[in-house]
Design a protein around this ligand. Sequence first.
Ligand SMILES: [Fe+2]
Ligand SMILES: [Fe+2]
Length: 258
Amino acid sequence: MVIHPQSYPQPVCIVLKGFKNKGFIHSTSTIAQNICSFMISHMNKPFRQTTVADKLIGELDRALNNIFCKQTSSRPFPADIESSDAPLSPDQKRQAASLMRVNHAGEMAAQALYQGQSLTARDPSLAGKLQNASLEEADHLNWCRRRLEELDERPSLFDPFWYAGSFTIGMAAGIAGDRWNLGFLAETEKQVVRHLNDHLDRLPENDERSRAIVEQMKIDEQGHADLAEYLGAAELPQPIKQMMKLTSKVMTSVAEKV
Ligand SMILES: [Fe+2]
Ligand SMILES: [Fe+2]
């Protein structure tokens, strides 16, 4: 392959001509060909294959990012859209903060579940859909954390534990096969919707900011459940559903307090 030096961008020509004038090179076209053949030989080499260690480091990075860093939100903060900033009494503030801490812990678990499920999903297109849904969950995580900060409260101290446990459960669901994976997703989201309805009953009536966040999350979670069913979710056996309810009860009871 012959590349003519005239076809180079002006700054490259100037440098090459300078080297030639100084006697460092004999011909600009020779060095051009050397550069091109070097680039072409490297472009033809495949990138290094991703190893298990690479994946583990990537997952650890994602987990630390979710647990300790503020997530960015792709949509506007629902609390700023329609709600007013009505003052809350100390008791109302405490009640709202407890419930929003539970929601934050639930969203932390959702991040880990989706991640675990998409890692072990067999159909690559399903993995992609799970990753897309997890973007909405990242919005939820961001909104709950912002609301907690507005209420001068912190997330659950057990967040790393919720993340690790949910990641393991998500991977197990994916290993069971795609229909069961989707069935697990549908049932999780349905339980979350029921739990959010309960929170709407328990949040202070005048806490419009928290209520606006929970309302939007409820719409999104129902959408995730509908998507899973549309994609062919299997109906989970009753004992599994009961076990999921029990696990979520433990998490919500602990996160409400610490
Ligand atoms: Fe969510
Ligand atoms: Fe969801």
